[in-house]
Design a protein around this ligand. Structure first.
Ligand code: EPU
Length: 350
């Protein structure tokens, strides 16, 4: 097991920020991690800080060289675990590219993940964020995952309930405050994820962008491959390709407010984009709020707000993590001053 030193991270974070990992180990199997844990180097490198688990780096802002040991998860493999009369149970290694995995499931004739096409990142990172798009969240198709506790080295399996999924949220984003809280932030390395794709498939078409596609094409009953193609086209038109313009997708979560707060905002800002949620709260479109504050196309240094979607911050070339963070704070301040709403960032800042 080799620990590489001074490893450039620019290619390993979708913002394309230039930084180095002081120490980085590539984990290609469970055995790799066990081997690494048994070395004297592990003791030394994890004495002051837990290792930092890196997947595709698509939800990350790096603000300087990374001192904690970086574990780059490269566990590959995808397979059908089981087929029953009701559906398919599929497993993928945490290091698999998410979009390629979605494409592969469709090629095999297993629909269900098409609305989640083109989301950057790896399979292993998908439950951390509970990735979601166009009316489907990962938790709707998730079965279970395998992970390793970085403190003890023990392997464990979690089902959906144990993952504590919420909107762009899971147990992997929370630190353990006490014994009752099963927070796993910084503690677990996800190795494999399993998905349950029911044979009773129905297209999920509730989103305005998809309704527009139906109207445009006259196809009101698209198959999974068509829906996949539509989602790819919508995303390509609206969101920057990280291979061309560095970014981490939506930078902030869409905030939820009470109906009273929403009514108050509508009284002042009648055009505010809002969606009533099943639990009685109201979700506001953060992109609209940022756009309304005039941020589209503006920036700080080389970090900017994407011209076509104000919720996406971009690296215009050579941006530092500090510039991205400064821009994010300035946006938070102006949205708070105008609407009284605190926007919560999505990416991890390290
Ligand atoms: N809007 C504006 N101006 C903007 C941006 C958006 O007015 O600059 C308005 C749009 O016109 C629309 C509304 O805000 O009425 C919502 O915009 P959009 O449909 O683009 O979706 P979103 O709420 O901004 C969310 C997810 C995306 C996901 C899309 C589709 C979050 C934080 N983001 O974006 O997820 O792809 O819905 O489901 O929930 C991601 O998390 O990285 C991501 C890209």
């Amino acid at each position: 097991m080799i620990v590489e030193k001074q490893v450039p991270l620019q290619a390993h974070n979708s913002f394309g920020i230039v930084a180095k990992a002081h120490h980085l180990a590539r984990i290609r199997s469970e055995a790799d991690l066990a081997q690494l844990r048994a070395t004297p180097e592990w003791e030394v490198l994890t004495r002051d800080a837990m290792p930092f688990v890196l997947g595709g780096g698509s939800n990350l802002v790096i603000t300087g060289d990374v001192k904690p040991l970086v574990l780059k998860v490269e566990i590959m493999g995808r397979r059908l675990v089981e087929e029953t009369g009701k559906g398919w149970l599929i497993e993928a290694g945490a290091g698999e590219n998410w979009h390629a995995f979605v494409q592969w499931t469709l090629q095999q004739g297993w629909p269900g993940l098409e609305n989640l096409a083109l989301i950057p990142g790896t399979v292993g990172a998908s439950p951390v964020q509970n990735i979601g798009a166009y009316g489907v969240e990962l938790q709707d198709r998730f079965h279970s995952l395998d992970a390793i506790d970085l403190r003890s080295g023990e392997a464990f399996t979690l089902d959906a309930a144990q993952c504590g999924f919420g909107y762009r949220d899971s147990v992997f984003k929370h630190a353990s405050a006490d014994m009752r809280d099963f927070g796993l932030a910084g503690r677990a390395l996800i190795t494999r994820v399993r998905f349950w794709l029911p044979k009773a498939w129905k297209p999920v078409l509730g989103y305005a962008d998809l309704e527009r596609k139906m109207a445009e094409t006259g196809n009101t009953a698209p198959d999974a491959q068509t829906l996949f193609d539509w989602v790819c086209a919508i995303r390509r038109a609206k969101l920057p390709d990280p291979a061309v313009i560095g970014n981490a997708g939506s930078f902030f979560k869409n905030p939820t407010v009470t109906p009273e707060q929403c009514a108050d905002i509508i009284a002042r800002e009648p055009k505010v984009v809002h969606y009533p949620m099943p639990d009685g709260t109201v979700k506001l479109a953060a992109g609209w709020l940022i756009d309304a504050c005039g941020w589209k196309g503006r920036g700080v240094g080389n970090a900017g707000v994407y011209e076509k979607q104000a919720l996406v911050l971009v690296n215009r070339g050579g941006a530092t993590g500090g510039e991205v963070v400064t821009l994010a704070r300035a946006i938070q301040t102006s949205v708070y001053e105008r609407f009284g709403i605190r926007l919560e960032p999505e990416p991890v800042v390290i």
